[in-house]
Design a binder for this molecule. Structure first.
Ligand code: NAD
Length: 499
């Protein structure tokens, strides 16, 4: 195909074609053109990539903390210098505007910076004389090969939630990126090689369910970090834990913003538009449901509508605020939700189906869409749409708003807009979600805290990055030591007691 490049796997610091002849098309969402063919691994290919990671593990595990952190620092410097190249690749395959692509890289870079401090993060404990003449120490050791399975919407940041810490802690990695935008992963692999990471420590396995299933079953893979939709997260969690692996599986979301009557409505409206339509709503922390409390609803909707109409939809490489959706099929699915909402009785206040984008005529376009008078039973509310569609639900009281948020099966992020500190404090205490924003619409935690949702938004018990990430990628060992001395007391069949 003219202009179409083959996107292969990466194993032992080189491109690896594999033997499977199955491929998937990669498109530029702003033009609709096919730009690449990504290899879809067969089981043999997957085993070969996993084997490369397994072979590299013993030497990497035994390399010093000083050497590991030096590679991390070099990777950080190269990433920072060359992030424009990576942003361009992301925009070309995902569609998000360049500034947004740079934003995701900087949030991923934060985790690299956190992982540069691995010598400190892996410090253990030591108790001298826990019993007479006996010392006890604790240490954390790497697991082995870890699998990272990532979604299309953050081809750089989501893998970077995991691999910097996994690698710094002494594990070796097989990354299975989304087949929709696979090129960022190869760019990152080359950067690792340039930073001096030994061959086999970071590998990329391109593919679909076949590749994922091998990662979930292969005995060499000790842990799996997954991010994607809830049905697949649930499947990955169930399958990999049944195979004895450690798993964190982050799923989908339906994030609510509650706007109380005393809120600054301009601040709230700005926030709804930024968080609802940024990255065309294809963020797991996007706000998709606005809960307007009390008499402010008409005013709030009008302010959101004015701002939504001003959002410029277009090719992410041009002067646009919002890009296209990732694929034609996804755009059609999202548009279908808008059609259905209208049939259900929602008021389409801003209609993205009518948008005239600044981009190719075959691009996967849908403009910002604002739905008012949405009821909890409408499919535009019950389902995760993952597009530029903001639904407004109207309630009379704070308690009704809280009940609505807590009844939702997802619990990734949520936000409240208010000037009442007491109400905000009550909300942060009562709401059932893993990440809460107070007058902050997208409360993505900084790298030294951990990212993760509750309920159907996360399966497993460990969130991503921060100290929880360090714990996920290491296991604890406690060593009890006695050096022989003249006072040892001979044979004792009783259970060890501390004296
Ligand atoms: P997806 O579930 O379709 O795909 C995620 C990964 O799973 C991809 O690598 C894909 O190849 C693989 N996969 C797809 N189908 C599979 C199957 N049947 N068996 C095994 N593996 C399979 O998700 P997506 O469309 O790429 O990403 C969007 C979703 O990710 C949204 O639901 C979004 O909320 C979620 N997400 C969640 C978070 C979070 O932190 N909770 C972050 C980003 C995205």
């Amino acid at each position: 195909m003219a202009g179409s490049t083959r996107i292969a796997h990466w194993a032992a610091n080189e491109l690896f074609d594999g033997t499977s002849d199955t491929t998937a098309e990669v498109t530029n969402p702003a033009t609709g053109a096919v730009t690449g063919e990504v290899a879809l691994a067969g089981v043999r290919d997957a085993r070969q990539v996993i084997a490369a990671a397994a072979e590299a593990f013993p030497a990497w595990r035994d390399s010093s903390l000083a050497k590991r952190s030096a590679v991390l620092f070099r990777f950080r410097e190269l990433l920072n210098e060359r992030k424009d190249e990576l942003a361009a690749l992301i925009t070309a395959e995902h569609g998000k505007v360049l500034s947004d692509a740079l934003g995701e890289i900087s949030r991923g870079q934060e985790v690299v910076e956190f992982a540069c401090g691995i010598p400190h993060l892996l410090k253990g404990g030591f108790s001298e004389n826990a019993s007479t003449g006996v010392d006890v120490s604790s240490l954390r050791q790497p697991l082995g090969v870890v699998g990272i399975i990532s979604p299309f919407n953050f081809p750089a940041m989501v893998p970077m939630w995991f691999f910097p810490i996994a690698i710094a802690a002494g594990n070796t990695v097989v990354l299975k990126p989304s087949e929709k935008d696979p090129s960022a992963s190869l760019w990152l692999a080359r950067l690792w090689a340039e930073a001096g990471l030994p061959a086999g420590v970071f590998n990329v396995l391109q593919g679909d369910k076949v590749a994922v299933d091998e990662l979930l079953a292969n005995p060499a893979v000790k842990a799996v970090s997954f991010v994607g939709s809830t049905p697949i997260a649930r499947y990955v969690y169930a399958t990999a834990t049944a195979n004895g692996k450690r798993v964190q599986a982050l799923g989908g979301a339906k994030n609510h913003a509650v706007v109380l009557p005393d809120a600054d409505l301009d601040l709230a409206a700005d926030a709804m538009v930024s968080a609802g339509f940024g990255s065309a709503g294809e963020r797991c922390m996007a706000i998709s449901a606005v809960v307007a409390v009390g008499a402010i609803a008409d005013d709030l909707v009008a302010r959101i509508a004015d701002r939504a109409r001003a959002v410029k939809t277009g090719d992410g490489t041009r002067d646009a605020d919002m890009g296209p959706l990732v694929t034609r099929a996804h755009r059609d699915k999202v548009k279908g939700y808008v059609d259905q909402a209208e049939l259900d009785g929602a008021k389409v206040v801003v209609d993205g189906r009518q948008v005239r984008p600044d981009g190719g005529e075959n691009g996967f376009w849908l403009g910002p869409t604002l739905l008012d008078h949405v009821r909890p039973e409408f499919s535009c509310y019950t389902d995760e749409i993952f597009g530029p569609v903001l639904s407004v639900l109207r309630v009379d009281t704070y308690d009704e708003a809280l009940a609505l948020v807590n009844a939702n099966p997802y619990g990734n992020g949520t936000a409240i807009f208010t000037n009442d500190g007491g109400a905000a404090r009550k909300f942060q205490n009562e709401v059932e979600a893993g990440m809460v924003g107070i007058n902050v619409p997208i409360p993505v935690p900084v790298a030294y805290y951990s990212f993760g949702g509750w309920k159907n938004s996360l399966f497993g018990d460990t969130h991503a990055h921060g100290t929880e990430g360090v714990h996920f990628f290491t296991r604890a060992k406690v060593v009890t030591t006695r050096w022989p001395d003249p006072s040892h007391g001979g044979v004792n069949l009783g259970f060890p007691r501390n004296v």
